[in-house]
Design a protein around this ligand. Sequence first.
Ligand SMILES: C[S@@+](CC[C@H](N)C(=O)[O-])C[C@H]1O[C@@H](n2cnc3c(N)ncnc32)[C@H](O)[C@@H]1O
Length: 169
Amino acid sequence: MTACDQSSSALERASELCKEFGERASFRKVDLLQWEEEESYDFAFSFGVVHHTGNTYGAIRNVGRKVKQGGKLFLMVYGFPETLQDFVELNSYEEMRERLRLLSCEEKKRALIEQFGEHEAHGWFDAVSPRINDLLTFPELAGLLTRLGFRGIRRTMNNRNHHLIAEKS
Ligand SMILES: C[S@@+](CC[C@H](N)C(=O)[O-])C[C@H]1O[C@@H](n2cnc3c(N)ncnc32)[C@H](O)[C@@H]1O
C-alpha cells in the first residue's frame, strides 16, 4: 500500500495510523498533478482530493493512470447541491469561511474547537479551509472516466458528493 499526499504532516499522521502494517505500507510526498512515475496498482483510492487541486480533470487522469488493467478505482468528488438540505449545508460553510477568513490556521482551529468541540471541529476545518472546491456532475465524471478506459462506473452512495467505483477494462 502506498499512501500519497503533498502534505508532509498528513503523511506523518497516516504513517502513525498505519504502523501495524509495517513495511507493507509506504508513504510518498507527491504533487498529484506532476505525478509521472509509471508504477500501477490493483486499486487506487482517492477521497476528497482531486477537486482541491485546481485541475480536477488532470488529477483524475493521474489517479486513473495508477490503476492496472482490470484494477479498480474509488473516487470521492464533490457534487453540486440538489436538496434544500444541501444548500443549507453549503451556505453554513460559506458563512463560517467568511467569519474565519482573517484568522491564522491555529486561531481558526481554536475557534472551531471552541464552537463545535474537538470531534466536530475536524470536519468543519476540513470543510471551510480549502480555497479551491470544484463541483462536478455525475455525467461529466462518467464521461471523463470512460475516456480514461474505465467501465462499470457507478455511484455507491446516494449523496450530494460522488462516491464512485469503476473498473479499468
Ligand atoms: C480534504 S483533504 C483529504 C485528505 C484525505 N484523503 C482524507 O480523506 O482524509 C485534501 C487533501 O488533498 C491534498 N492535496 C491537495 N492538492 C494536492 C496535490 N496537487 N497533490 C497531492 N495532494 C494534494 C491536501 O494536502 C489534503 O491532504
